[in-house]
Design a protein around this ligand. Structure first.
Ligand SMILES: [Zn+2]
Length: 453
C-alpha cells in the first residue's frame, strides 16, 4: 500500500511538475580557496619562487542536484591545476561518511589554471621546492580537503525546487597547440589542427525564474597567463565565472574543463588577454542563456569505475642511472624516483587505474567525465559514438595525474605523448591501447546506465 501511495505521489509530481520543469531540487555553495600565504604555484616547472600576491581569488564551487525520486549528485568545480586520486578519494570518503553520497555521485573537476597553488603529491618532480615550501603546500592541501568536504555539505543543505535547462554556446579563442616541425611536434599555435569551440551550458533557475547556477564547459588549456605570472589567478575560466556572477548576482557560475589537453588560448601571455578571453566566454554563455534552452526531465543516473591503462615497458636500471647525469634537474628527479622504486620492489609498476564517470541527466544529457589531461580526440570520438540527445565530455576530472593522449597523438609523439610524463612522474608513455581501453569503458558504463533507466 505504501509503495502504491509513493508511486501515486511520484506520478502526480511528474504529471504536475515536470511540464513546469520544477521537479528538480538544487543547492549551491562556494568557498574561497586562495592560499592565505604565498605558496608554490602549480603548472610551470620553470617557476623559481612562490606566489607574490593575488590577482584574482580562487574558488571551489558545488552544485547539488536532486531528482524526483530523491537521487542526488554533486558537481564540484575548482580553480586548481589538478589533483591526485589519493586526495580526491580521501575527500570523497569523508563526504560519503557525512552525507551518504557514494563515489559515483561526486564529480570533481579542475579548471587547470596555471596560476593556482601546487598541491601535495601532484607533479612533485616538476617543482623544485625547498622543504619549507613543501611543508606549506602540504598544509594548504590539508586545509583544502576540509573546505571541499564542508562545501558539499553546504550545497546539500541548500536544496530547493528548481528548473534545469540545457543549451549551447561557442567561443573561438581555443587553438590547437601541436605544431609539426622537422624535429617533431612542439607546442605552438596550429590553426589547421582539430579544436572544439563548443560551450555546453546547464542553467538552474529558481521557482521564481531567477538564475541560481550556470554550469559551462570549454575544451582549452587555462593558460593565458604564463610562467612569468606569480599572482594567484583563475585565468580565462576564473574571469568568465566572475563575469557571469556579476551579470547574475544571485547565482554561482561553475566552469567545467573539457578535453583541452592539446589546445591553448590564442593569443596568450598577459592579464589583459585572460580578461578578454574570459569576458568573451562569459558573454557567449550569457547569450546561450537567452535561449533556446531545453528542459531537462528530473532524473539522474550515475556510475563510476576505473580501467587499467598500461605504460610502455618501464626504463631499465641502466637507462635510469644514465638519466641521473642529465642536465635537466626534473629528469634527474624522475630517474631517482624510479631507481628507488626498483630498489624497493624489484620492478616498476606500469599500470594506472584510470577513473571514468558518467552521469545521465533527464535521459537527455550524458556527461562523461574522464581523468587527466584529456586531448580533444576523445571529446570528438565520444560525441560521435555515444548515443544521447546531448553528450558533454569533461576531462581533468577526479584525478589529474598525467596527459591522456589519443592513439594518433601517441603515434605522432611530442609533449602530450612523451615529455610530460617525466614531469608527472610516470614511467614512460602509454601503450597504444590506451584510447581503445578508455573508449571500451565509456561504452560499457554508458550501456549500464541505459539498462538501469
Ligand atoms: Zn596541462
Amino acid at each position: 500500500m505504501e509503495i502504491l501511495r509513493r508511486f501515486t505521489i511520484t506520478l502526480l509530481c511528474l504529471i504536475v511538475l515536470t511540464p513546469l520543469g520544477l521537479a528538480w531540487k538544487a543547492g549551491t555553495a562556494k568557498v574561497v580557496i586562495t592560499p592565505e600565504t604565498p605558496i608554490w604555484m602549480a603548472g610551470y616547472a620553470a617557476r623559481d619562487k612562490p606566489a607574490q600576491g593575488t590577482g584574482q581569488d580562487l574558488y571551489a564551487k558545488a552544485l547539488a542536484l536532486e531528482d524526483i525520486r530523491g537521487n542526488r549528485v554533486v558537481l564540484i568545480t575548482t580553480d586548481l591545476l589538478g589533483f591526485s586520486d589519493e586526495f580526491i578519494s580521501g575527500v570523497a570518503k569523508r563526504i560519503a561518511d557525512s552525507t551518504g553520497l557514494s563515489r559515483d555521485r561526486l564529480l570533481f573537476n579542475a579548471s587547470h589554471t596555471h596560476s593556482g597553488p601546487a598541491l601535495a603529491r601532484v607533479l612533485d618532480i616538476a617543482y623544485l621546492m625547498s622543504p619549507e615550501q613543501k611543508e606549506a603546500v602540504a598544509s594548504y592541501t590539508l586545509s583544502l580537503a576540509d573546505k571541499l568536504v564542508s562545501l558539499v555539505e553546504t550545497a546539500l543543505s541548500d536544496l530547493q525546487p528548481c528548473k534545469v535547462t540545457h543549451g549551447y554556446a561557442t567561443a573561438s579563442f581555443a587553438i590547437n597547440r601541436r605544431v609539426e616541425t622537422s624535429s617533431g611536434f612542439v607546442i605552438g599555435a596550429n590553426r589547421a589542427g582539430p579544436v572544439d569551440h563548443s560551450v555546453p551550458v546547464l542553467a538552474i533557475d529558481s521557482e521564481r525564474g531567477s538564475l541560481r547556477a550556470v554550469v559551462f564547459g570549454y575544451s582549452c588549456h587555462n593558460t593565458t597567463l604564463q610562467g612569468s605570472n606569480y599572482h594567484y589567478h583563475g585565468d580565462y575560466a576564473g574571469v568568465a565565472q566572475e563575469w557571469l556572477e556579476k551579470r547574475y548576482p544571485d547565482s554561482i557560475a561553475l566552469f567545467v574543463t573539457g578535453t583541452g589537453g592539446d589546445s591553448n588560448p590564442y593569443p596568450r601571455g598577459t592579464r589583459e588577454l585572460a580578461e578578454e578571453h574570459g569576458a568573451s566566454l562569459g558573454r557567449a554563455v550569457a547569450d546561450a542563456l537567452t535561449g533556446p534552452l531545453y528542459s531537462i526531465a528530473p532524473s539522474i543516473g550515475a556510475t563510476f569505475d576505473t580501467v587499467d591503462l598500461e605504460f610502455k615497458v618501464p626504463p631499465s636500471r641502466s637507462v635510469l642511472e644514465k638519466q641521473l647525469e642529465d642536465e635537466n634537474p626534473h629528469k634527474r628527479l624522475h630517474a631517482k624516483k624510479f631507481l628507488a622504486e626498483l630498489d624497493a620492489n624489484g620492478s616498476i609498476d606500469s599500470n594506472y587505474s584510470y577513473p571514468v564517470q558518467i552521469w545521465n541527466l533527464g535521459n537527455a544529457i550524458t556527461l562523461v567525465a574522464l581523468g587527466g589531461e584529456v586531448v580533444g580526440d576523445y571529446g570528438f570520438r565520444i560525441k560521435r559514438e555515444i548515443e544521447a540527445k546531448s553528450v558533454w565530455v569533461a576531462g581533468y576530472s577526479n584525478d589529474v595525474s598525467c596527459y591522456i593522449p589519443s592513439r594518433r597523438i601517441l603515434r605522432e609523439g611530442g609533449y602530450e605523448a612523451e615529455e610530460s610524463m617525466i614531469y608527472y612522474g610516470r614511467p614512460g608513455s602509454f601503450q597504444p591501447t590506451v584510447e581503445d581501453r578508455i573508449m571500451a569503458k565509456v561504452h560499457e558504463l554508458s550501456a549500464k546506465l541505459r539498462e538501469e533507466e
